[in-house]
Ligand binder design. Structure first.
Ligand code: COA
Length: 217
């Protein structure tokens, strides 16, 4: 029997995750997960054609069903600290978070994907370590020995170089590149298209080529 996937969040990040489940099912007969629905505080009916099962704090009633697994799909460029605080309130055991990989993604031998990690279409993850709840969007490349997360967000088309460290709830925007050996510290944001060639301190926004300090968060 399929595991029931509950997506915590909205269609922005949750939609592509639901599409991934459908793609895997339709094209690979992969029935490990079926999208059970969303938990969302704003929408009350449906998101992308899937039912809204309740408000976010109603996850506890779903925990009683042992077939339910969760994915945290709230990654907000302007509010990554708040999203992290929300995540910390959950009493969801780590093993009840789903690990989801799009069938067109490539995961190298030796990569570690913790629970709650999602890797979307045509991403390539070398033998890196992706920590709890990290979301890897389409077309991302993660180099060898990178350590990413927990709860980091790697936006579409970004490149995370080898031996980098991407901190907790860090947000790497569209197409940004993190050059090898550099660190993006916890809660930092790297702007779209940036090329990071130095460490990015916690709770700062860096952007440009090469990436420079833009502002504090
Ligand atoms: C970095 C980012 C968060 C900055 O947002 P912000 O703080 O609201 O910035 P603003 O739009 O007010 O712009 C402030 C300044 O930064 C500049 N700027 C904004 N984005 C920039 C970028 N990606 N690279 C370089 N400079 C940028 C603006 O031109 C502006 O410059 P100015 O003050 O000289 O006019 C945003 O631009 C960004 O890159 N978002 C990425 C979103 C994303 O990847 N989403 C993924 C969804 S899947």
């Amino acid at each position: 029997m399929s595991k029931k996937l509950v997506i915590i969040g909205g269609g922005g990040k949750g939609g592509p995750i639901a599409s991934c489940i459908e793609y895997n099912k339709i094209n690979y007969d992969d029935n490990e997960y079926v999208v059970y629905g969303f938990l969302n505080d704003v929408e009350s009916q449906e998101i992308n054609g899937y039912p809204v099962l309740g408000k976010i704090n109603e996850y506890e009633k779903l925990l009683n069903d042992p077939d339910v697994y969760f994915v945290f799909a709230i990654h907000l460029v302007k509010n990554n600290i708040k999203a992290d605080e929300l995540f910390k309130t959950f009493k969801i055991p780590k093993d009840r978070y789903a690990t989801i990989v799009h069938r067109s993604a490539v995961i190298a031998q030796g990569a570690i994907l913790e629970p709650g990690v999602v890797v979307l279409a045509q991403a390539y993850v070398s033998n890196a370590h992706l920590k709890l709840g990290t979301l890897v969007m389409a077309g991302v490349i993660v180099g060898h020995d990178a350590v990413v997360g927990p709860l980091a967000f790697l936006s579409v088309g970004c490149i995370v170089g080898s031996r980098t460290r991407i901190g907790r709830s860090a947000f790497i925007s569209l197409g940004a590149k993190i050059v090898e050996l550099n660190e993006v510290e916890d809660f930092a944001i790297v702007a779209a298209g940036a090329v990071v060639i130095s460490n990015v301190p916690t709770k700062t926004v860096y952007g440009g080529v090469p990436a420079k300090f833009m502002r504090e968060i």
